[in-house]
Design a protein around this ligand. Structure first.
Ligand code: PLP
Length: 439
């Protein structure tokens, strides 16, 4: 896209529309009016987009798909996932609590985490959750003790394997390299020994293997390499332990298009590739097992469905250097740019088709120079305080990572559909900031 060209509307979700004057609506709701009515910063989710993406995963992965709640979780999202027929991956006692409190069927919940506490495991086991993805020998010790003490049923467990592959993503998002805190490494038989231990155990049932190699992955090679290594492990399990492997979960990780120049596979394309690579790996390895291939995406369901609305407070030009457009949120509602240099685009939803002839930096309001939401944003040159600015593709790991830094109340979250805006998480108040204080 050339400098000054209007915002690329294809970054918006499926119900986004722009009228003759350049005003943008999503789910039949005008974005500028939403900001006026509900305040800013505001997280807006296109409910049709969320549902369509869940459905695409369900159809593309007949072996099973669980939504990874860490990307964005609240009671309304839990219910949406339940209605769309996906399972739910939770990674802490808190996520488990939200899932169960919102009525998600326990038997469709999968528990993750590299350091699950005894309390988290107790809650999960006594609730009768569907799967525990075990990550360490200490965790297996805790499960042994809990099953003996609480007389709950032995859980179905998948063994999280660290396959030692490069996912071709940001270092902080790569979880499957050898030097990782997650999973059992293939090195020194650590992964194999964990499978043997579970296969011989009376307190856990071996359900299969799991590998999540990272996030925001746009290339096929990392998944293919992980599947190749899992296939070799499967053959060894068949030959030396004498059991077949029923399930292989390839984790989440599919990347999305954040900026106009990004290219990302669709969910269906990604599914076709990993299924092809898995089939080929199983054939080549000569395995007897025909495991079902499952997945647990977060970002590729939630990110493209969400946008964030901010209001501009100041416009400050440092001559010859840069113009800072400061908005009323920042790293407390979207930590990704400060955390790992994540890039976003921006547009003004009251005039999205206007030429964007100013190159500015959109800054947050926090007391950190690193609190820059978009370093090089193209915006209309007439941007002024009071304008609403929108950053698209913020639906994953945005609200989920929100904090109260500088004592900013967390924003509201609204689901829009068919012209109706439903607040699903209310905006925090100043009193909420004192909720946990002991006077
Ligand atoms: C174990 C596990 N599964 C699934 C996911 C979801 O990944 P993504 O949001 O990239 O799809 C993550 C993300 O960190 C994860 O750690």
């Amino acid at each position: 896209m050339s400098a000054g060209a209007p915002f690329d509307l294809s970054l918006l979700s499926r119900t986004a529309r722009v009228d003759d004057t350049g005003r943008v609506s999503i789910g039949g709701c005008d974005l500028t009016a939403l900001a006026d009515d509900l305040g800013t910063p505001l997280y807006v989710y296109d409910e049709d987009e969320l549902r369509a993406r869940c459905r695409e995963y369900r159809v593309s992965f007949p072996g099973g798909a669980a939504y990874a709640g860490k990307a964005f979780l609240c009671a309304a999202m839990v219910r949406l996932v339940a209605e769309e027929g996906l399972d739910l991956d939770v990674a802490s006692g808190g996520e488990l609590h939200v899932a169960l409190a919102a009525g998600f069927p326990a038997e469709r919940v999968h528990l993750h985490g590299n350091n699950k506490s005894t309390d988290e495991l107790r809650r999960a086991l006594t609730a009768g959750i569907g799967q525990v993805i075990v990550d360490s020998g200490d965790e297996l010790d805790r499960i042994d003790a809990l099953v003996a003490k609480e007389s709950c049923d032995p859980p179905d467990v998948l063994v999280r394997i660290n396959p030692g592959v490069d996912a071709h993503t940001h270092e902080y998002l790569a979880t499957g390299v050898v030097d990782s805190k997650f999973g059992f490494p293939l090195l020194d038989d650590l992964a194999f020994d964990a499978v043997v231990r579970i296969a011989d155990s009376a307190t856990a049932r071996f359900g299969g293997l799991h590998a999540h190699i990272g996030s925001q992955i746009l290339r096929r090679e990392g998944f293919a390499a992980a599947l190749e290594r899992l296939a070799a492990l499967i053959v060894r399990i068949e030959r030396e332990v004498g059991i077949e492997v029923d399930e292989v979960n390839i984790g989440g990780g599919l990347g999305v298009r954040y900026v106009a120049s990004d290219e990302a596979p669709t969910i269906a394309q990604h599914a076709a590739l990993v299924r092809e690579d898995f089939g080929a790996a199983i054939e080549r390895a000569g395995a007897d097992s025909r495991p079902r291939l499952s997945t647990e995406p977060g970002r590729s369901i939630a990110a493209p469905a969400g946008v964030t609305l901010y209001r501009v407070g100041t416009v400050k030009t440092i001559p010859g250097l840069r113009t800072y457009v400061s908005v009323d949120g920042g790293m407390s509602d979207n930590a990704r740019p400060a955390l790992y240099g994540a890039q976003y685009e921006a547009f003004v939803p009251s005039r999205a088709t206007a030429p964007r002839d100013a190159l500015v930096t959109i800054a947050g309001k926090h007391c950190e120079q690193g609190d820059l939401l978009v370093r090089d944003a193209e915006l209309p040159g007439d941007i002024v305080p009071g304008d609403v600015v929108c950053t698209p593709v913020t639906g994953a790991y945005g609200y989920a990572m929100a904090s109260n830094y500088n004592k900013l109340p967390r924003p509201a979250v609204v689901f829009v559909r068919d012209g109706v805006a439903r607040v699903v998480v209310r905006r925090e108040t100043f009193d909420d900031l004192l909720r946990s204080d002991v006077f």
